[in-house]
Design a protein around this ligand. Structure first.
Ligand code: ADP
Ligand code: MG
Length: 605
């Protein structure tokens, strides 16, 4: 019997791995820079010649390596950064796969000089195509200097795939910019054929942006700052008028790692809707901080793709944060009334309103005008504050706490009747209430949509429903498309509390409807739900249950301009802060904010 299978020699295995990690000189620059960052360097120097084709060197003043570690670092799967599977979900380092150095050494000539603090003498290793040629003591400064000569010298086919120097250099600069932006607290320099291309001193992010892209950027930046329980967003976006015709200067980082995400870019671009045309791309540098256990970085060898456990929430928060930044700098039209007119609860509240408050009604068409004035007033405060905080990046403009517990109500210990006296309805659009740190404004429509959404989703997941039987069952004739759509979501619609019978021939009969919708036209309610479901179907791809909950919440949420009673206000506040994610409406629009006492004080200064 003859056996054919054998293990590949390391040199070949490394070359194959290198195919994924090392695509071009820029990949080497990226991997070496990231290693230097992981080694806690405060100064990193990159030198390239011939667009990296003949020479790349990265010098850092970081931790360095011992003689043995230096030797080990060249082995495949050799890393100091993780040791257990769990570590993958606690990652704080750029590297973790332990294959970059092995891969690079497999396809080039490498010299590594490194020294740790404790030793007087460092070590120098020379490797060529995975073969260690020599290792000798060497007097080298603390830190590591790695030089790569003649990339792909042993794989002529790959070498011939490299593009012109101009193109390869552009890739290098791109990688350099990404790492440099991710860590403004580190000094970086890039030398090209002995000439300095960038010399970046450590400082704030704004300063780094200006050093990399030019002075004119300073006036074009709007600050983004948002923090929720699981996600913090910081950074800058370009003002709409500064948007360019080419994509490119768009940088998204998650836990300091540059990532590419079509989905999140969409969230950002979407926030600019109506402010830039579709052939323009806004500038942005956004830093997301998220609990490493909520993401998976190990999706691709180059580590520029990641998976979020809760991608939709991240989408919503990113979009809202960008919108907030655009609004806070008075760049967006003041308020958007892109809300539905046709809604289920409208009649109920109209009647209520007319009956009880008819004579005090303000004319409804006045409301948006008043709101706009208020919005402007508020934004002016923010603008002033921004000017004040221009030089201190860490100054928080607005903090939105995510958890209800964090939000210590100033009125916590009050009796119900006392609570109402601190809570009022503003223009039938907002609830204004006193909280410990100032005054909270709740957007009723968005808050209600959030509350209903979570409630419906819960009903769909637990299968709990409360249905009310109709006295007069209603027959509804659907068109074939709607009929088959209804068939698709029949079970879920039932869980919401609809009792619907199929009569065949595209006809259904509604026998019962959700308990809390008492007194409404069940036919309209149902048709509204189907209509909204169709609209959402063509938008984001959401799981069925979520889409149904969103649709129904959108249809039944109280619309702006609707009067609600004191008790309804209080119960809305309670329900909102009982939500898992009270900060935003299901589609990521801000549901409330707090006007801080300090900010109120500023009105008087
Ligand atoms: P990874 O970064 O995924 O761990 P690498 O192959 O890039 O894998 O590096 C292997 C190991 O070599 C690292 O885990 C680190 O311990 C060490 N190392 C690499 N570069 C440096 C450096 N510039 N300074 C100190 N240690 C380094
Ligand atoms: Mg690495």
């Amino acid at each position: 019997m003859t056996d054919f299978i054998h293990l590949l020699p390391d040199s070949i295995a490394n070359q194959i791995a290198a195919g994924e990690v090392v695509q071009r000189p820029a990949s080497v620059v990226k991997e070496l820079m990231e290693n230097a960052v992981d080694a806690e360097a405060s100064e990193i120097k990159v030198v390239v010649k011939d667009a990296g084709k003949s020479f790349i060197q990265v010098i850092d003043n970081g931790l360095g390596m011992s003689e043995t570690d230096a030797r080990m670092s060249l082995e495949r799967h050799a890393t100091s950064k993780i040791s257990r599977t769990e570590d993958l979900f606690k990652l704080r380092t750029m590297g973790f796969r332990g294959e970059a150095l092995a891969s690079i050494a497999a396809v080039a000539q490498m010299s590594m000089k490194t020294r740790i603090q404790e030793n007087d003498l460092g070590t120098e290793i020379i490797v060529e195509a995975s073969e260690v040629k020599s290792q000798n003591p060497d007097s080298t400064p603390r830190g590591t200097a790695i030089s790569i000569k003649n990339l792909f010298f042993n794989i002529p086919a790959r070498r011939s795939f490299l593009k012109s120097n101009g193109v390869e250099m552009r890739h290098i600069v791109e990688e350099f910019q990404r790492v440099a932006l991710s860590r403004p607290d580190i000094s970086f320099s890039l030398f090209q054929n002995d000439l300095p291309a960038y010399q970046l001193t450590k400082g704030k992010l704004t300063q780094r942006i200006v050093q990399l892209f030019g002075k004119e950027y300073k006036e074009q930046l709007a600050k983004v700052q948002e923090s929720t329980q699981h996600l913090t967003i910081n950074g800058f976006i370009g003002k709409p008028e500064a948007a360019k015709k080419t994509r490119g200067e768009q940088f998204l980082f998650v836990n300091n790692r540059f990532i590419k995400s079509g989905y999140l870019s969409h969230a950002i671009t979407n926030a600019y809707e109506g402010l830039i045309t579709s052939d323009h791309y806004p500038f942005y540098v956004l830093m997301l901080e998220i609990d490493p256990s909520h993401i998976d970085v190990n999706v691709h060898p180059t580590k520029t793709e990641i998976k979020f456990i809760d991608e939709r929430t991240v989408y919503g928060i990113v979009k809202a944060a960008v919108r907030q930044a655009l609004g806070a700098h008075n760049l967006r039209p003041s308020i958007d009334f892109d809300l539905d007119v046709n809604f289920a609860n409208k009649e109920k509240f109209e009647t209520l309103k007319d009956k009880r408050y008819g004579q005090f009604q303000t004319h409804e068409s006045n409301t948006p005008e008043d709101l706009r004035r208020f919005e402007k007033l508020y934004q002016d405060v923010l603008k002033n504050e921004k000017a004040d905080s221009e030089n201190s990046e860490n100054n928080i403009e607005l903090t939105f706490q995510s958890s209800a517990n964090d939000l210590l109500f100033g009125q916590k210990d009050l009796k119900e009747s006392e609570k109402t006296s601190f809570t009022f309805l503003l223009h039938n659009v907002y609830i204004v209430t006193q909280v410990k740190s100032g005054m909270m404004f709740i957007h009723i429509n968005r808050a209600h949509e959030r509350i209903l959404f979570e409630r419906y989703l819960d009903q769909l997941e637990t299968g709990k429903n409360a249905s009310q039987q109709s006295l007069f069952p209603q027959t509804v004739q659907l068109n074939p498309t709607d009929y088959s759509l209804w068939k698709d979501i029949k079970e879920e619609v039932k869980s919401l509390g609809f009792d619907i019978e199929d009569f065949g021939g595209n006809t259904i009969v509604i026998n019962g409807y959700p308990m809390e919708m008492h007194g409404q036209d069940e036919k309209k309610l149902f048709e509204g739900l189907i209509e909204q479901y169709k609209i959402f179907q063509s938008e984001l791809s959401l799981p069925k249950k979520e889409r149904i909950s969103r649709s129904f919440a959108r249809r039944s949420a109280i619309k702006p301009g609707t009067f609600i009673t004191d008790n309804e206000m209080l119960s809305m506040i309670d329900s909102l802060f009982g939500c898992k994610n009270p900060n935003y409406s299901p589609d990521g629009q801000l549901a409330f904010f707090i006007l801080d006492l300090n900010k109120i004080e500023q009105f008087f200064n």
